[in-house]
Design a protein around this ligand. Sequence first.
Ligand SMILES: [Zn+2]
Length: 249
Amino acid sequence: MKEETTVTSPLQIHMFPCLQDNYGFLVRSPDTGETACIDTPEVDKIVLALEEKGWTLTHIWNTHHHWDHAGGNLELKKLYDLKIIGCEADRKRLPGLDIGLKDGDHFNFAGHDVHVMETPGHTIGHIIYHIPSAQAAFVGDTIFALGCGRLFEGTPEQMFDSLAKISALPDDTLLYCAHEYTLSNGRFALTVEPDNQALIDFMAKAKTRRANNLPTIPTTVMAEKLANPFVRANSAERLGAIRKAKDNF
Ligand SMILES: [Zn+2]
């Protein structure tokens, strides 16, 4: 008898700018053709990216309910035969949600295990998607390069715990943040830790990339542990104080 072998090819990740400063992301399995879009910031740009690649959308993975993340759900659902995945607790705020998930849930995407983590703070029903096989996490508006999401609904305690969960991922995990905020985050971060050499170096690289119209995303868990003042805050109180200062920066 022949032994059966399953080949699981690496996932393809395609990233493209949307709206003012959002990023759209497509994740595709070359084995099955399944293609997920992380959030739906701008329908036209997502459709264009799919057409350019010759890919067909099969899933939407929502990180949270804000319009620049879930606003295109229903329009895309009309265009493609797809399933929408998101936080069960936010079912009422996620248009067209098919599959509701909660913290600790896993699902299988074309042979790849996807871990769901609830990361409240920016919103209460915010989730992120970690794909260990791709060393990648789609983190929405929870963490940004050198920053974190505004606390629209959650508390500093919640954001502190959420950032701790992200810090606990392997150091080389690529963090796909949903916005290009790095330069303005970095200018603020330098007021918190002016002598942090990792931060100074990160900013120098980011400036060069932006000057050449290149993204600074993805970042990594290790880079954020070294340079992000919100990740480096040693208490929820400290994080809250830094967040307040950033809001007024
Ligand atoms: Zn948001």
